[in-house]
Design a protein around this ligand. Structure first.
Ligand code: SF4
Ligand code: SF4
Length: 436
């Protein structure tokens, strides 16, 4: 059965939170959607994957359709990516899969957006695609589904390295490869001091640590000079963000008017979350139901707010506070798409300008490096659910693909495999380190 192979071989969503794919393969739906939208500025790895591995991706989609009983497939791809379309299209002939052409907007790869664009259905507030008869998989996940069906576990990650590096490019690397190695593979940084955005400028995280490692969900690195304004913005302490928001928010509500979830009809209103800051002394208890359906896309903070405030971070804090307090907000009305939705979409070109990263926009062509690092540190939690339990000990010899972390059958999670052949040097609750 496909779901067993996916579980055994550790397949998880490669484009987001790392949700185990076997769960999706076990469901029954009408549509399987391939997500090739890739809308994070300066990240181009899915485009390269679709250009270079179309047969594997479409095969993965076939397998997911068979497993879920889906009668139709929808392949979401941006119409600007003509080479990727030309590579994928021949494989769709004679299959019940339609291309869904997307504009060059942020966000277009968000599941709620993609399901609506592809099927006209709105996922219930706080719901999942399954509730409207859909399963959505990132294109790299589909590649991994194909590989797992042949018994090949997930040991490599496809990443793109862009920004302030000499040779922006995409390549496969073993999971657990350090960021230091990635930057060297891309010819080194062009700035003497730099920071790395992991998996995206909008929804990714900031890292200053070259020893951080690639996981099953790392989309790549965007290297920026350390004095770039995005680096200092991302690095602001939470207290400072709250304090500035309390004093400077003029309630113009642009953050809400541009919010993609609000425009789809969900009850998200970041300006009201910002308003609640004004009613607290420090912003430390920022409970506000208007944040709960926010997907943390970052558009309010990094694009919409004319005062460079932090509504997304206020929403994140409100969500965390309410989660900790056990408060759950339920939208009463069914979502209705805002009449101005299409007119308020944000083109990537405008977003890049606002983020001051236009100079770094360039293709990241695929290069077959065959790179094997001398050492990898493989995390035991690279997925939604529980961490895997290590099944190797210091001194053990492993081959590439050997099982090193196992999930119990009753738990949600994913098995973890060695990404290089070598000797286990360290085992902790968090990672397994292998010397090649
Ligand atoms: S856009 Fe900025 S200033 Fe306007 S309401 Fe939102 S946070 Fe306040
Ligand atoms: S981050 Fe801001 S724009 Fe994005 S969903 Fe949340 S509130 Fe809306």
């Amino acid at each position: 059965m496909l779901s067993e192979k996916l579980r055994e071989n550790g397949v998880v969503g490669a484009g987001g939170a790392g949700f185990p794919t076997y769960v999706k393969a076990n469901s029954k739906v009408e549509f399987v959607l391939a997500n090739g939208a890739e809308c994070e500025p300066l990240v181009h790895k899915d485009v390269e994957l679709m250009k270079n591995f179309p047969a594997e991706i479409v095969s993965g989609m076939d397998l997911m359709m068979q497993a879920t009983g889906a009668q139709r497939g929808k392949f979401g791809i941006k119409s600007k990516n003509t080479e990727a379309i030309a590579a994928i299209e021949p494989h769709l002939k004679s299959r019940p899969i339609d291309m869904v052409f997307l504009g060059d907007f942020y966000p277009s790869g968000d599941e709620y957006e993609l399901v609506y664009t592809a099927t006209g259905r709105l996922i219930p507030p706080a719901g999942i695609p399954l509730q409207v008869g859909c399963v959505v998989n990132n294109v790299e996940t589909l590649y991994n589904v194909h590989a797992a069906s042949k018994g090949v576990p997930v040991t490599e990650k496809f990443v793109s390295i862009s920004g302030a590096v000499r040779q922006p490019q995409s390549f496969w690397v073993p999971i657990g490869t350090s960021f230091r190695d990635l930057i060297e593979l891309a010819g080194g940084a062009t700035a003497p001091e730099f920071a790395m955005f992991v998996s995206g400028l909008m929804m990714g995280s900031l890292s200053l640590n070259l020893e951080d490692v690639v996981t099953k969900t790392t989309a790549g690195l965007i290297v920026l000079p350390r004095d770039h304004f995005l680096v200092s913005r991302k690095g602001r302490p939470e207290r400072e963000m709250s304090r500035i928001g309390k004093s400077a928010c003029d309630q113009c509500s642009y953050c809400t008017e541009f919010c993609p979830r609000y425009l789809l009809g969900y009850e998200v209103m970041p300006h009201k979350v910002m308003r609640s800051l004004g009613f607290t002394l420090t912003g430390s208890q920022n409970w506000n139901q208007w944040a709960q359906l926010c997907c943390s896309c970052g558009l309010c903070t990094l694009y919409a707010c004319p005062e460079d405030l932090f509504p997304r971070e206020a929403c994140d804090k409100a969500k965390a506070d309410q989660r900790a307090a056990g408060i759950k907000f339920t939208q009463q009305k069914p979502p209705t798409v805002h009449p101005m939705k299409e007119a308020r979409r944000v083109p990537l070109s405008m977003l890049r300008r606002r983020l001051k990263v236009e100079e770094y926009e360039t293709a990241t062509p695929f290069r077959n490096t065959g790179f094997t690092p001398g050492r990898v540190r493989i995390r035991l939690q690279q997925h939604a659910g529980k961490p895997a339990r290590p099944v190797v000990a210091r001194g053990d010899r492993v081959e590439k693909g050997s099982l090193i972390g196992r999930m119990e059958a009753s738990d949600l999670g994913a098995n973890i495999h060695a990404s290089i052949a070598g000797v286990v040097e360290a085992v902790t609750d968090e990672f397994v380190e292998i010397r090649g």
